[in-house]
Design a protein around this ligand. Sequence first.
Ligand code: CUA
Length: 326
Amino acid sequence: MRARLLFIAGLLALAAIAAPIALGDNGGFTPVAPASPNAEGIRDSFLFVSIFVFGIFVLVEGLLIAFIVRYRRRARPRFEDGAPIHGATKLELLWTAIPVVILFLIGAFVFIELPGIKDIPSARAGAQLEIRVTGRQFYWQYEYPNGVIAIDTMLAPAGVPVRLEVTAPDSDVIHSWWIPALGGKIDAIPGTVNETWFEVESPGVYTGQCAELCGLEHARMLASVEVMPEAEFAAWLERRRAEQDAGSGELGKETWEGVCAKCHGFSGEGGIGPKIAGSIVLSDPDAVENLVRNGRRTMPAIGSGWTSEQVEALANYLKENPPSGG
Ligand code: CUA
């Protein structure tokens, strides 16, 4: 009776695990659907390793249950020993050889996949786009080759290999760039430039977040990559360049939302940083510049190294859209 109950409980547990997988939602058990060849290589490696993991799990747990049932005490005296067994050469050879073969297969598979994960496709050299990704407390800053700056949301062209140079300022801490559908994690380390890449065929929005605990607002250090048709992207880049030259446009808003608001609240009402709505500093561009470049008390120098364009864009935005406080 108890054995049957256990069996049913086991079946239910298996069903609970299998249902989300069968429904197409991987339930967190497998990597997200890849949108870039490197993410595909990572997913394939994961699934290949999973075959052995699952097989070994079933074998070990199955034997465990079978032994529990087969060798239960029954009517034997409690302290009776089993028959002594010495050596089982065939079995020992088998349980040595099989793991060696499994490790070899996994190693070989991963080494075959690795270049496709690590190396940016070179077939269309020249057509590739480079973006500098800087992780800072608590935002992602992107710099395009023409000097355009964007924060948290990266725009990228479809069908073009995009090389990311990932780093962090010397004054900052380690962050980790991770958009699961577009490849593996890559650390943003002060003083070091790490490289990764993606190439996405179908336009769409791919989300992720900082994957290295980096401080109080780590959880809000979200990132997304918006992939659009190449012509549309080129038009955006042009427009953005012109806007930045004119000291107006989206950059100021992005900077407020991505950099200031995470600590001071979206309306400046205060959060882990103090309330700043109504502060006279916000309407004084020089004071804003001094504050973001140098920090003050516990506020870090979140804008050290910014171009004057970016500081100006923020100051202009704050003048035109003073935070309301609630
Ligand atoms: Cu940046 Cu966590």
